[in-house]
Write a new protein. Structure first.
Lengths: 317, 280
């Protein structure tokens, strides 16, 4: 069993900020837009270094999505930054018509996704955004797990020609992915090799899945852990190869089970190799105020919850 | 280009619009007919256009249609401006056509740079294109067209606020002031007061064209608008038009906003607009 450690905790949004800053230095076509949340999105470094390539839109997210679409006409690669709720639900039709249907090369970068936004509560904690975005034809959907992966993903999506939804979060979480990783859109990463169960996790739940694998190891259960940063296009092969070996699967995400990663995985399994599956996800509910750790515990989104679902799914084999 | 050529093109575009919507018994003739003179003038006399079509539109003027339902007039003018064969108008709203009910880039139709139809989004897109031109040191202009009823969509006012705040002075937004929308007169559906005062309050330069169906008035108004660009302010043209212009029974009513003529009505409408450049 591989050992994963971390020397520090950092927020994934800072990984976005670092990636954007690097793009500012390496790609003159990259421009950034923000709807009055520069500090929250960690965009200051890019802005300080490239003031002419930054557009402060004000609190007007619909206008921001349209301006981003227009900026692509002329060859720019716009990165929009605001909270996940305001990046998706608030502006769904603008994204649908002006970006997705129009096939504009816009990168929708969304922070504060999910419950871990914490005390601000349900108005800001979107748990439906993966579903909203993955339903749009042509949209790539990525949910990164730590600072390093978020930075690498931010840099990688500039090279992809087409709309991308990049989802990350607010709290400081363990930094365990390598700094020099190559981020490949749509390519899952096997973190633990195992034989009894497959755990496919995305975003903040990847670290929790690694912790669960340690707990399970102590119980004599060998868990394969897959870091599936890209929800669309999904790495079908990685999932099918793994369940061919393990015979059961748990999906884990900070999102509603309706419309999330788990449903995408279930479709792949149903079409190719029907397999017992359990879902670690929110259960068709809004969130509420609380600390991130309290919320992840209450809504069953931590290593303990994953462990329980693994023990359940193994019995269904 | 002589006036006769412009008048001939206008008449032919009207015929195209009427025949397109008649064939598929759907589409929006009223607003299309009302904006025929404007789009003919814009594409033949005003815009600096390059031959051929590239999505990025570097070193040329760009146009964005925000009220996408008037696609018939847009398609006809694009075809007559050389973006695609005029015969393709025959495929309007048919299965597998590039000429979708509302304009889209999705099928790769040359001349279209953004999908529109869901209202209120075009000005924001145009602002992005205007910012892109500024970054590229491209001094060409962005033109847009919007319905007056469309201004009821809130996103417009986000964009109108941004445009003056950020000194977007390489953009000319034209509002089709025909005073009508699907459910009736704009003054009955949702009275908007003075559009002129509203744009001025948002610190735009406003130019009014009293007769937006008169070719010379449009040329003069757009020349004034062009002269007002580059001075730190966005420019708005309030184009007073007649919905259904050029077809007597389609004028002075909102009834033809989204309704096609029957065979007899088509014949009457075509008789009022002689074939000049050849029907497709």
């Amino acid at each position: 069993m591989k050992t994963y450690t971390y020397s520090e905790k950092k927020d994934t949004r800072s990984g976005f900020g670092a990636g954007l800053a690097e793009l500012g230095r390496t790609n003159p076509n990259v421009v950034a837009l923000c709807a009055d949340l520069i500090g929250s999105l960690k965009m200051n470094e890019f802005i300080n270094e490239n003031p002419e390539r930054f557009f402060q839109i004000g609190i007007a997210e619909a206008n921001m999505m349209g301006i981003a679409a227009g900026l692509t006409i002329g060859g720019k690669i716009p990165f929009t930054g605001t909270f996940a709720n305001f990046s998706t639900g608030r502006v769904y039709d603008q994204i649908r018509q002006s970006i997705a249907y129009s096939n504009k090369n816009v990168k929708i970068c969304a922070s504060h996704a999910g419950l871990t936004l914490g005390e601000d509560g349900a108005t800001h904690q979107i748990l439906e955004d993966i579903g909203l975005m993955k339903m749009l034809p042509g949209m790539v959907v990525i949910n990164t797990c730590d600072y390093n992966q978020t930075k690498a993903a931010t840099i990688a999506i500039a090279e992809h020609d087409g709309p991308v939804y990049l989802r990350f979060g607010r709290p400081a979480v363990p930094v365990f992915m390598p700094e020099d990783q190559v981020f490949e859109i749509g390519k899952a990463i096997q973190l633990q090799e195992g034989s009894d169960v497959t755990i496919v996790a995305t975003g903040h739940l990847v670290w929790e899945a690694l912790e669960a694998a340690k707990l399970l190891h102590q119980k004599g259960v060998s868990a394969e852990v897959i870091n599936i940063h890209t929800i669309k296009p999904l790495d079908d092969k990685a999932i099918l190869d793994s369940v061919a070996k393990t015979g059961c699967i748990v999906t884990a995400e900070e999102h509603n089970f309706l419309g999330g990663l788990g449903e995408s995985v279930a479709r792949v399994l149903a079409l190719n190799n029907p397999t017992p599956q359990e879902f670690v996800a929110t259960n068709d509910t809004f969130g509420e105020s609380g600390t991130p750790a309290q919320l992840m515990d209450k809504y069953g989104l931590n290593s303990n919850a994953i462990t329980q679902k693994v023990l359940k799914v193994i019995n269904r084999k | 280009m002589s006036d006769k050529i412009l008048h001939d093109l206008t008449s032919q575009v009207r015929r195209d619009i009427l025949r397109m919507v008649h064939k598929v018994n759907s589409g929006h003739p009223g607003g299309s007919l009302g904006c025929t003179e404007f789009l003919v003038v814009l594409y033949t006399k005003i815009m600096n256009r390059k031959v051929g079509f590239e999505m990025n539109g570097i070193d040329e003027d760009l146009f964005f249609l925000s009220n996408g339902h008037i696609s018939p007039v847009f398609y006809s003018v694009l075809a007559h401006s050389g973006y695609f064969p005029v015969e393709e108008l025959n495929t309007f709203r048919l299965l597998n056509s590039r000429l979708q009910g509302h304009p889209t880039t999705h099928e790769g139709l040359p001349g279209v740079r953004i999908a529109s139809g869901s209202l209120g989004q075009g000005l924001s897109v145009a602002l992005g294109a205007a910012e892109s031109k500024k970054l590229n040191n491209d001094s060409n202009l962005i033109y847009t067209l919007h319905g007056d009823g469309e201004l009821q969509e809130g996103q417009n006012w986000e964009a109108i606020m941004y445009a003056s705040a950020k000194n977007i002075d390489n953009l000319i937004a034209t509002i089709d002031l025909n005073g009508k929308q699907i459910d009736g007169a704009t003054d009955d559906v949702l009275p908007m007061g003075s559009i002129n005062d509203k744009f001025e309050a948002f610190d735009w330069t406003v130019i009014e064209v009293e007769n937006g169906n008169d070719i010379d008035s449009i040329i003069e108004g757009m020349a004034s608008a062009k002269a007002a660009t580059g001075k730190g302010k966005p420019v708005c043209v309030l184009l007073k038009t007649m919905m259904g212009n050029g077809v007597d029974f389609m004028m002075h009513t909102h009834a033809w906003h989204g309704k096609a003529p029957n065979d007899a009505q088509l014949e009457s409408a075509l008789n009022q607009n002689p074939e000049t450049l050849g029907d497709y």
